[in-house]
Design a protein around this ligand. Structure first.
Ligand code: NAD
Length: 445
Protein backbone atom coordinates (compact mmCIF):
# COMPACT_ATOMS: atom_id res chain seq x y z
CA UNK A 1 0.00 0.00 0.00
CA UNK A 2 1.39 3.43 -0.93
CA UNK A 3 1.52 6.06 1.81
CA UNK A 4 1.04 9.80 1.69
CA UNK A 5 3.59 11.78 3.73
CA UNK A 6 1.97 14.62 5.65
CA UNK A 7 4.71 17.19 6.29
CA UNK A 8 4.61 20.20 8.56
CA UNK A 9 5.59 23.12 6.29
CA UNK A 10 6.97 25.10 9.23
CA UNK A 11 9.45 22.44 10.30
CA UNK A 12 9.53 19.98 7.38
CA UNK A 13 8.73 17.38 10.02
CA UNK A 14 6.87 14.25 8.93
CA UNK A 15 3.57 14.37 10.84
CA UNK A 16 2.10 11.11 9.66
CA UNK A 17 1.69 8.80 6.73
CA UNK A 18 -1.76 8.04 5.37
CA UNK A 19 -2.78 5.16 3.11
CA UNK A 20 -3.32 6.50 -0.40
CA UNK A 21 -6.59 5.76 -2.16
CA UNK A 22 -5.37 4.33 -5.45
CA UNK A 23 -7.59 3.98 -8.51
CA UNK A 24 -9.15 0.76 -7.20
CA UNK A 25 -9.91 2.22 -3.76
CA UNK A 26 -11.51 5.32 -5.26
CA UNK A 27 -13.57 3.14 -7.58
CA UNK A 28 -14.80 1.02 -4.66
CA UNK A 29 -15.79 4.09 -2.65
CA UNK A 30 -17.49 5.63 -5.67
CA UNK A 31 -19.32 2.39 -6.39
CA UNK A 32 -20.58 2.16 -2.81
CA UNK A 33 -21.93 5.69 -2.98
CA UNK A 34 -23.38 5.05 -6.45
CA UNK A 35 -25.08 1.85 -5.22
CA UNK A 36 -26.73 3.76 -2.44
CA UNK A 37 -27.91 6.44 -4.88
CA UNK A 38 -29.16 3.77 -7.29
CA UNK A 39 -31.06 2.07 -4.49
CA UNK A 40 -32.71 5.36 -3.57
CA UNK A 41 -33.74 5.91 -7.19
CA UNK A 42 -35.23 2.40 -7.41
CA UNK A 43 -37.28 2.89 -4.23
CA UNK A 44 -38.53 6.22 -5.56
CA UNK A 45 -39.43 4.80 -8.96
CA UNK A 46 -41.31 1.85 -7.44
CA UNK A 47 -42.82 3.70 -4.49
CA UNK A 48 -46.43 2.99 -5.38
CA UNK A 49 -45.86 -0.75 -5.78
CA UNK A 50 -43.82 -0.92 -2.58
CA UNK A 51 -46.56 0.94 -0.71
CA UNK A 52 -49.16 -1.56 -1.98
CA UNK A 53 -47.03 -4.50 -0.83
CA UNK A 54 -46.70 -2.96 2.64
CA UNK A 55 -50.42 -2.22 2.83
CA UNK A 56 -51.35 -5.76 1.73
CA UNK A 57 -49.27 -7.50 4.35
CA UNK A 58 -49.65 -5.11 7.33
CA UNK A 59 -53.07 -3.50 6.73
CA UNK A 60 -51.48 -0.03 6.97
CA UNK A 61 -53.61 2.45 5.00
CA UNK A 62 -52.07 3.14 1.63
CA UNK A 63 -51.59 6.86 2.34
CA UNK A 64 -49.63 5.97 5.50
CA UNK A 65 -47.51 3.46 3.54
CA UNK A 66 -46.67 6.15 0.98
CA UNK A 67 -45.79 8.57 3.79
CA UNK A 68 -43.43 5.98 5.25
CA UNK A 69 -41.65 5.39 1.94
CA UNK A 70 -41.29 9.11 1.27
CA UNK A 71 -39.92 9.55 4.79
CA UNK A 72 -37.55 6.66 4.13
CA UNK A 73 -36.15 8.48 1.08
CA UNK A 74 -35.42 11.48 3.33
CA UNK A 75 -33.55 9.20 5.73
CA UNK A 76 -31.49 7.76 2.85
CA UNK A 77 -30.59 11.32 1.80
CA UNK A 78 -29.45 12.15 5.31
CA UNK A 79 -27.31 9.03 5.65
CA UNK A 80 -25.75 9.60 2.22
CA UNK A 81 -24.84 13.17 3.08
CA UNK A 82 -23.18 12.21 6.38
CA UNK A 83 -21.54 8.84 5.67
CA UNK A 84 -18.29 10.09 4.18
CA UNK A 85 -17.70 12.45 7.10
CA UNK A 86 -17.95 9.58 9.59
CA UNK A 87 -15.57 7.36 7.60
CA UNK A 88 -12.86 10.03 7.34
CA UNK A 89 -9.95 9.51 9.70
CA UNK A 90 -10.12 12.33 12.23
CA UNK A 91 -6.97 13.85 13.73
CA UNK A 92 -7.86 15.02 17.24
CA UNK A 93 -4.37 15.95 18.47
CA UNK A 94 -1.12 16.68 16.71
CA UNK A 95 1.76 18.20 18.65
CA UNK A 96 5.48 17.64 19.22
CA UNK A 97 5.62 14.56 17.03
CA UNK A 98 2.61 12.93 18.67
CA UNK A 99 -0.46 12.46 16.55
CA UNK A 100 -3.79 11.02 17.71
CA UNK A 101 -6.42 9.85 15.28
CA UNK A 102 -9.84 8.19 15.35
CA UNK A 103 -10.82 5.82 12.60
CA UNK A 104 -14.25 4.23 12.22
CA UNK A 105 -14.00 0.68 10.92
CA UNK A 106 -16.96 -1.56 10.07
CA UNK A 107 -18.22 -3.97 12.74
CA UNK A 108 -18.21 -6.81 10.20
CA UNK A 109 -21.22 -9.12 9.89
CA UNK A 110 -24.29 -7.72 11.58
CA UNK A 111 -27.70 -9.27 12.19
CA UNK A 112 -30.93 -7.29 12.19
CA UNK A 113 -34.18 -8.68 13.59
CA UNK A 114 -36.92 -6.22 12.80
CA UNK A 115 -40.54 -5.24 13.51
CA UNK A 116 -43.55 -5.02 11.17
CA UNK A 117 -45.15 -1.71 12.14
CA UNK A 118 -42.82 0.53 10.07
CA UNK A 119 -40.81 -2.02 8.09
CA UNK A 120 -39.01 0.49 5.85
CA UNK A 121 -38.24 2.89 8.68
CA UNK A 122 -37.00 0.41 11.26
CA UNK A 123 -35.31 -1.88 8.72
CA UNK A 124 -33.77 1.06 6.89
CA UNK A 125 -32.45 2.60 10.11
CA UNK A 126 -30.14 -0.41 10.26
CA UNK A 127 -29.41 -1.58 6.74
CA UNK A 128 -28.84 1.82 5.09
CA UNK A 129 -26.23 3.12 7.58
CA UNK A 130 -24.97 -0.42 8.21
CA UNK A 131 -24.13 -0.91 4.53
CA UNK A 132 -22.76 2.62 4.10
CA UNK A 133 -20.38 1.98 7.00
CA UNK A 134 -19.09 -1.12 5.20
CA UNK A 135 -20.83 -3.99 6.98
CA UNK A 136 -22.43 -7.14 5.62
CA UNK A 137 -26.01 -7.64 6.84
CA UNK A 138 -28.30 -10.56 7.56
CA UNK A 139 -31.75 -8.97 7.75
CA UNK A 140 -34.73 -10.77 9.21
CA UNK A 141 -37.86 -8.72 8.65
CA UNK A 142 -40.89 -9.49 10.76
CA UNK A 143 -42.96 -12.42 9.52
CA UNK A 144 -45.74 -9.79 9.16
CA UNK A 145 -43.66 -7.69 6.74
CA UNK A 146 -41.77 -10.40 4.89
CA UNK A 147 -42.70 -9.28 1.37
CA UNK A 148 -41.48 -5.77 2.12
CA UNK A 149 -38.26 -7.28 3.46
CA UNK A 150 -37.77 -9.24 0.25
CA UNK A 151 -38.44 -6.10 -1.80
CA UNK A 152 -35.69 -4.25 0.14
CA UNK A 153 -33.23 -7.05 -0.68
CA UNK A 154 -34.27 -7.17 -4.34
CA UNK A 155 -33.80 -3.43 -4.82
CA UNK A 156 -30.47 -3.37 -2.97
CA UNK A 157 -29.21 -6.18 -5.22
CA UNK A 158 -30.54 -4.47 -8.35
CA UNK A 159 -28.65 -1.37 -7.24
CA UNK A 160 -25.42 -3.34 -7.15
CA UNK A 161 -25.03 -4.45 -3.52
CA UNK A 162 -23.64 -7.99 -3.82
CA UNK A 163 -26.07 -10.76 -2.81
CA UNK A 164 -23.66 -11.99 -0.12
CA UNK A 165 -23.36 -8.55 1.46
CA UNK A 166 -27.10 -8.21 2.15
CA UNK A 167 -29.36 -11.23 2.62
CA UNK A 168 -33.02 -11.33 3.73
CA UNK A 169 -34.02 -14.16 6.06
CA UNK A 170 -37.68 -15.18 6.03
CA UNK A 171 -39.42 -16.61 9.11
CA UNK A 172 -40.54 -15.93 12.66
CA UNK A 173 -38.96 -16.68 16.06
CA UNK A 174 -37.17 -19.86 14.93
CA UNK A 175 -35.45 -18.02 12.11
CA UNK A 176 -34.58 -15.21 14.52
CA UNK A 177 -33.02 -17.72 16.91
CA UNK A 178 -31.11 -19.37 14.06
CA UNK A 179 -29.69 -15.94 13.24
CA UNK A 180 -28.71 -15.37 16.88
CA UNK A 181 -26.78 -18.65 16.77
CA UNK A 182 -24.41 -17.31 14.09
CA UNK A 183 -21.02 -15.74 14.68
CA UNK A 184 -22.11 -12.10 14.49
CA UNK A 185 -20.16 -8.89 15.07
CA UNK A 186 -23.28 -6.92 15.95
CA UNK A 187 -26.98 -7.58 16.63
CA UNK A 188 -29.55 -4.86 16.08
CA UNK A 189 -33.11 -5.58 17.18
CA UNK A 190 -36.37 -3.67 16.92
CA UNK A 191 -39.46 -5.13 18.55
CA UNK A 192 -41.13 -5.91 21.85
CA UNK A 193 -39.62 -5.82 25.32
CA UNK A 194 -40.16 -9.57 25.80
CA UNK A 195 -38.26 -10.52 22.63
CA UNK A 196 -35.60 -7.90 23.40
CA UNK A 197 -35.04 -9.43 26.82
CA UNK A 198 -34.70 -12.88 25.25
CA UNK A 199 -32.15 -11.58 22.74
CA UNK A 200 -30.21 -9.78 25.48
CA UNK A 201 -30.04 -13.07 27.42
CA UNK A 202 -28.72 -14.96 24.41
CA UNK A 203 -26.24 -12.29 23.28
CA UNK A 204 -25.06 -11.03 26.69
CA UNK A 205 -22.27 -13.54 27.38
CA UNK A 206 -20.87 -13.18 23.86
CA UNK A 207 -19.61 -9.59 24.28
CA UNK A 208 -20.96 -8.62 20.87
CA UNK A 209 -22.32 -5.19 20.10
CA UNK A 210 -26.06 -5.25 20.85
CA UNK A 211 -28.74 -2.63 20.27
CA UNK A 212 -32.37 -3.02 21.29
CA UNK A 213 -35.11 -0.61 20.17
CA UNK A 214 -38.16 -1.57 22.17
CA UNK A 215 -41.59 -0.35 23.08
CA UNK A 216 -42.97 2.67 24.85
CA UNK A 217 -45.90 4.06 26.83
CA UNK A 218 -45.42 7.59 25.65
CA UNK A 219 -47.06 10.40 27.67
CA UNK A 220 -48.10 13.92 26.75
CA UNK A 221 -49.06 16.72 29.13
CA UNK A 222 -51.52 19.41 27.99
CA UNK A 223 -50.92 22.46 30.19
CA UNK A 224 -53.57 24.86 31.49
CA UNK A 225 -52.54 27.57 29.00
CA UNK A 226 -52.58 25.27 25.92
CA UNK A 227 -55.11 25.68 23.12
CA UNK A 228 -57.29 22.65 23.93
CA UNK A 229 -58.67 22.32 20.39
CA UNK A 230 -55.31 22.47 18.61
CA UNK A 231 -53.70 20.14 21.16
CA UNK A 232 -56.59 17.65 20.83
CA UNK A 233 -56.38 17.60 17.04
CA UNK A 234 -52.64 16.99 17.11
CA UNK A 235 -52.84 14.33 19.83
CA UNK A 236 -55.77 12.48 18.25
CA UNK A 237 -53.52 11.86 15.24
CA UNK A 238 -50.55 11.00 17.47
CA UNK A 239 -52.63 8.36 19.24
CA UNK A 240 -54.50 6.85 16.29
CA UNK A 241 -52.12 7.11 13.29
CA UNK A 242 -51.32 3.64 11.92
CA UNK A 243 -54.06 2.36 14.29
CA UNK A 244 -51.82 3.30 17.22
CA UNK A 245 -49.22 0.75 16.15
CA UNK A 246 -46.21 3.04 16.43
CA UNK A 247 -43.46 2.72 19.00
CA UNK A 248 -43.88 6.48 19.61
CA UNK A 249 -47.69 6.59 19.50
CA UNK A 250 -49.16 8.81 22.16
CA UNK A 251 -50.37 6.24 24.74
CA UNK A 252 -51.17 8.44 27.76
CA UNK A 253 -52.52 11.99 27.97
CA UNK A 254 -52.46 14.15 31.10
CA UNK A 255 -54.52 17.28 30.84
CA UNK A 256 -54.83 20.17 33.26
CA UNK A 257 -58.18 20.08 35.06
CA UNK A 258 -59.03 23.64 33.93
CA UNK A 259 -59.25 22.65 30.24
CA UNK A 260 -60.04 18.95 30.64
CA UNK A 261 -63.63 18.99 29.40
CA UNK A 262 -62.95 21.15 26.36
CA UNK A 263 -59.91 19.08 25.44
CA UNK A 264 -61.68 15.74 25.79
CA UNK A 265 -64.63 16.91 23.68
CA UNK A 266 -62.32 18.15 20.92
CA UNK A 267 -60.32 14.93 20.96
CA UNK A 268 -63.44 12.77 20.65
CA UNK A 269 -64.76 15.03 17.87
CA UNK A 270 -61.49 14.67 15.96
CA UNK A 271 -61.22 10.90 16.39
CA UNK A 272 -64.82 10.53 15.13
CA UNK A 273 -63.67 11.97 11.78
CA UNK A 274 -61.03 9.22 11.31
CA UNK A 275 -62.48 6.98 8.65
CA UNK A 276 -62.17 3.25 9.07
CA UNK A 277 -61.99 1.57 5.69
CA UNK A 278 -60.34 -0.69 3.16
CA UNK A 279 -56.59 -0.05 3.62
CA UNK A 280 -56.24 0.25 -0.15
CA UNK A 281 -58.73 3.15 -0.32
CA UNK A 282 -57.27 6.63 -0.55
CA UNK A 283 -59.47 8.15 2.17
CA UNK A 284 -58.92 5.46 4.81
CA UNK A 285 -57.31 6.61 8.04
CA UNK A 286 -57.97 3.65 10.32
CA UNK A 287 -56.94 0.20 9.09
CA UNK A 288 -57.06 -3.16 10.86
CA UNK A 289 -54.65 -4.31 13.53
CA UNK A 290 -51.80 -6.16 11.86
CA UNK A 291 -51.76 -9.00 14.40
CA UNK A 292 -54.97 -10.73 15.54
CA UNK A 293 -53.80 -11.45 19.14
CA UNK A 294 -53.57 -7.71 19.87
CA UNK A 295 -57.39 -7.58 19.98
CA UNK A 296 -57.36 -9.63 23.17
CA UNK A 297 -54.69 -7.33 24.68
CA UNK A 298 -56.94 -4.31 24.03
CA UNK A 299 -60.07 -6.08 25.29
CA UNK A 300 -58.30 -7.03 28.53
CA UNK A 301 -57.04 -3.47 29.06
CA UNK A 302 -60.56 -2.13 28.47
CA UNK A 303 -62.24 -4.62 30.83
CA UNK A 304 -59.67 -3.79 33.53
CA UNK A 305 -60.08 -0.02 33.03
CA UNK A 306 -63.89 -0.19 33.13
CA UNK A 307 -63.85 -2.35 36.26
CA UNK A 308 -61.71 0.32 37.95
CA UNK A 309 -63.96 3.22 37.02
CA UNK A 310 -62.71 4.49 33.64
CA UNK A 311 -65.28 6.19 31.41
CA UNK A 312 -65.49 5.08 27.77
CA UNK A 313 -66.20 8.11 25.56
CA UNK A 314 -65.85 6.48 22.17
CA UNK A 315 -65.45 2.97 20.75
CA UNK A 316 -64.39 0.34 23.24
CA UNK A 317 -64.67 -2.91 21.33
CA UNK A 318 -63.64 -4.89 18.28
CA UNK A 319 -65.40 -3.99 15.09
CA UNK A 320 -66.83 -6.01 12.21
CA UNK A 321 -64.83 -3.68 10.00
CA UNK A 322 -65.47 -2.69 6.41
CA UNK A 323 -64.41 -5.98 4.73
CA UNK A 324 -67.53 -8.13 5.16
CA UNK A 325 -66.74 -9.32 8.68
CA UNK A 326 -63.20 -10.43 7.89
CA UNK A 327 -60.03 -8.97 9.42
CA UNK A 328 -58.78 -7.77 12.83
CA UNK A 329 -60.61 -4.50 13.31
CA UNK A 330 -60.92 -2.42 16.46
CA UNK A 331 -62.89 0.74 17.07
CA UNK A 332 -60.99 3.94 17.75
CA UNK A 333 -61.36 4.16 21.53
CA UNK A 334 -61.11 7.06 23.98
CA UNK A 335 -61.24 6.77 27.79
CA UNK A 336 -61.10 9.38 30.49
CA UNK A 337 -61.26 9.09 34.26
CA UNK A 338 -58.32 6.69 34.08
CA UNK A 339 -55.49 6.22 36.62
CA UNK A 340 -52.25 4.32 37.02
CA UNK A 341 -53.85 1.30 38.67
CA UNK A 342 -55.10 0.42 35.17
CA UNK A 343 -53.15 -1.62 32.62
CA UNK A 344 -54.36 0.91 30.03
CA UNK A 345 -52.04 3.51 31.61
CA UNK A 346 -49.16 1.13 32.37
CA UNK A 347 -48.71 -1.43 29.57
CA UNK A 348 -48.06 -0.73 25.90
CA UNK A 349 -51.46 -0.89 24.11
CA UNK A 350 -50.22 -0.75 20.50
CA UNK A 351 -53.72 -0.14 19.20
CA UNK A 352 -56.22 2.67 18.49
CA UNK A 353 -56.93 3.46 22.12
CA UNK A 354 -56.07 6.35 24.41
CA UNK A 355 -56.52 7.14 28.09
CA UNK A 356 -56.87 10.73 29.36
CA UNK A 357 -56.15 11.59 32.98
CA UNK A 358 -56.85 14.90 34.73
CA UNK A 359 -53.96 16.56 36.62
CA UNK A 360 -53.87 19.59 38.88
CA UNK A 361 -50.34 20.90 38.30
CA UNK A 362 -46.93 20.36 36.64
CA UNK A 363 -45.56 18.35 39.55
CA UNK A 364 -48.36 15.81 39.29
CA UNK A 365 -47.96 15.62 35.50
CA UNK A 366 -44.20 15.04 35.75
CA UNK A 367 -44.63 12.38 38.43
CA UNK A 368 -47.17 10.49 36.30
CA UNK A 369 -45.20 10.86 33.07
CA UNK A 370 -42.19 9.29 34.81
CA UNK A 371 -44.27 6.53 36.42
CA UNK A 372 -43.32 3.95 33.78
CA UNK A 373 -40.47 1.55 33.12
CA UNK A 374 -40.36 2.88 29.54
CA UNK A 375 -38.93 6.16 28.25
CA UNK A 376 -39.08 6.54 24.48
CA UNK A 377 -40.81 9.91 23.91
CA UNK A 378 -42.78 12.49 25.89
CA UNK A 379 -44.46 15.77 24.99
CA UNK A 380 -45.88 18.99 26.36
CA UNK A 381 -48.46 21.36 24.84
CA UNK A 382 -48.24 24.99 25.96
CA UNK A 383 -47.60 28.30 24.17
CA UNK A 384 -44.71 28.92 26.60
CA UNK A 385 -41.43 27.39 25.37
CA UNK A 386 -39.62 27.87 28.68
CA UNK A 387 -42.45 26.15 30.52
CA UNK A 388 -42.22 23.21 28.10
CA UNK A 389 -38.42 23.05 28.52
CA UNK A 390 -38.76 23.10 32.32
CA UNK A 391 -41.24 20.22 32.31
CA UNK A 392 -39.53 18.13 29.61
CA UNK A 393 -36.11 18.39 31.24
CA UNK A 394 -37.59 16.54 34.23
CA UNK A 395 -38.99 13.68 32.11
CA UNK A 396 -36.95 10.54 31.46
CA UNK A 397 -37.33 10.01 27.70
CA UNK A 398 -34.95 9.74 24.78
CA UNK A 399 -37.02 12.15 22.67
CA UNK A 400 -39.12 15.10 23.85
CA UNK A 401 -41.67 17.16 21.93
CA UNK A 402 -42.99 20.69 22.40
CA UNK A 403 -46.40 21.20 20.71
CA UNK A 404 -45.94 18.12 18.50
CA UNK A 405 -45.86 14.34 18.86
CA UNK A 406 -45.28 11.00 17.10
CA UNK A 407 -42.45 12.50 15.04
CA UNK A 408 -39.04 11.08 14.08
CA UNK A 409 -36.21 12.97 12.39
CA UNK A 410 -33.20 11.41 10.66
CA UNK A 411 -31.05 14.25 12.01
CA UNK A 412 -31.76 13.42 15.67
CA UNK A 413 -30.79 10.32 17.65
CA UNK A 414 -33.56 7.81 18.33
CA UNK A 415 -33.08 6.12 21.68
CA UNK A 416 -34.96 5.19 24.82
CA UNK A 417 -34.56 5.05 28.56
CA UNK A 418 -35.19 1.91 30.61
CA UNK A 419 -37.38 -0.70 28.95
CA UNK A 420 -37.47 1.32 25.71
CA UNK A 421 -34.08 -0.07 24.88
CA UNK A 422 -30.34 0.19 24.61
CA UNK A 423 -28.32 2.05 21.96
CA UNK A 424 -29.57 4.34 19.22
CA UNK A 425 -30.27 4.75 15.54
CA UNK A 426 -30.51 7.83 13.27
CA UNK A 427 -28.44 11.05 13.45
CA UNK A 428 -24.69 11.04 12.79
CA UNK A 429 -24.31 8.79 15.82
CA UNK A 430 -26.66 6.34 14.13
CA UNK A 431 -24.05 5.91 11.40
CA UNK A 432 -21.08 5.66 13.79
CA UNK A 433 -22.91 3.00 15.81
CA UNK A 434 -22.35 0.56 12.94
CA UNK A 435 -18.59 0.97 13.32
CA UNK A 436 -15.91 0.28 15.87
CA UNK A 437 -13.85 3.35 16.69
CA UNK A 438 -10.14 2.59 16.48
CA UNK A 439 -7.75 4.86 18.40
CA UNK A 440 -4.39 5.59 16.73
CA UNK A 441 -1.42 6.90 18.75
CA UNK A 442 1.33 7.82 16.26
CA UNK A 443 4.73 9.05 17.41
CA UNK A 444 6.83 10.30 14.54
CA UNK A 445 9.99 11.30 16.43
P1 NAD B 1 -41.82 -8.80 18.31
O1 NAD B 1 -40.87 -8.72 19.45
O2 NAD B 1 -42.97 -9.71 18.41
O3 NAD B 1 -41.04 -9.24 16.98
C1 NAD B 1 -39.93 -8.53 16.53
C2 NAD B 1 -39.02 -9.44 15.73
O4 NAD B 1 -38.48 -10.43 16.57
C3 NAD B 1 -39.74 -10.17 14.59
O5 NAD B 1 -38.88 -10.20 13.48
C4 NAD B 1 -39.93 -11.56 15.16
O6 NAD B 1 -39.98 -12.57 14.18
C5 NAD B 1 -38.68 -11.72 16.00
N1 NAD B 1 -38.81 -12.66 17.12
C6 NAD B 1 -39.93 -12.91 17.85
N2 NAD B 1 -39.63 -13.82 18.82
C7 NAD B 1 -38.32 -14.11 18.70
C8 NAD B 1 -37.43 -14.96 19.41
N3 NAD B 1 -37.85 -15.68 20.45
N4 NAD B 1 -36.14 -15.04 19.02
C9 NAD B 1 -35.70 -14.29 17.97
N5 NAD B 1 -36.50 -13.48 17.25
C10 NAD B 1 -37.79 -13.37 17.61
O7 NAD B 1 -42.28 -7.30 18.02
P2 NAD B 1 -43.27 -6.78 16.87
O8 NAD B 1 -44.66 -7.16 17.22
O9 NAD B 1 -42.73 -7.12 15.54
O10 NAD B 1 -43.09 -5.21 17.02
C11 NAD B 1 -43.85 -4.42 17.89
C12 NAD B 1 -42.98 -3.90 19.02
O11 NAD B 1 -41.85 -3.22 18.48
C13 NAD B 1 -43.69 -2.87 19.88
O12 NAD B 1 -43.39 -3.12 21.23
C14 NAD B 1 -43.08 -1.55 19.42
O13 NAD B 1 -43.13 -0.54 20.38
C15 NAD B 1 -41.68 -1.96 19.11
N6 NAD B 1 -41.05 -1.02 18.19
C16 NAD B 1 -40.05 -0.20 18.66
C17 NAD B 1 -39.46 0.72 17.81
C18 NAD B 1 -38.39 1.63 18.31
O14 NAD B 1 -37.78 2.31 17.49
N7 NAD B 1 -38.12 1.73 19.60
C19 NAD B 1 -39.85 0.79 16.48
C20 NAD B 1 -40.85 -0.07 16.02
C21 NAD B 1 -41.43 -0.96 16.90
Amino acid sequence: MKLLDVINPATEELITQLPIDDGAAVAIKAQKARNAQAFRALVQAQLDDLAKIMTQETGKPLGHSRNELNGFLGRVDFFLSEAEGILKIETVFNQDGMCEQIQHIPLGLIGNISAWNYPWFVGGNVFVPGLLMGNAILYKPSEFAAMSGLAMGRLLHEAGIPADVFATLIGAADTGNALLAQQLDGMFFTGSLATGQHIANVMGPRMTKLQLELGGKDPTYVCADADPIAAAQSLADGAMYNAGQSCCSVERIYVHASIHDQFVQALVDTVRTFKMGDPMAADTYLGPLTRAPQIKVLEDQIADAKAKGARCLLGGQRSKGPMGGKGHWFEATVFDNVNHSMALMRDESFGPIIGIQKVSDDAEAVRLMNDTPYGLTAGVYTPNEQHARDVLSQVRAGTVYWNCCDRVSPRLPWSGYGHSGVGLTLSREGLATFTRPKAWHLRSN
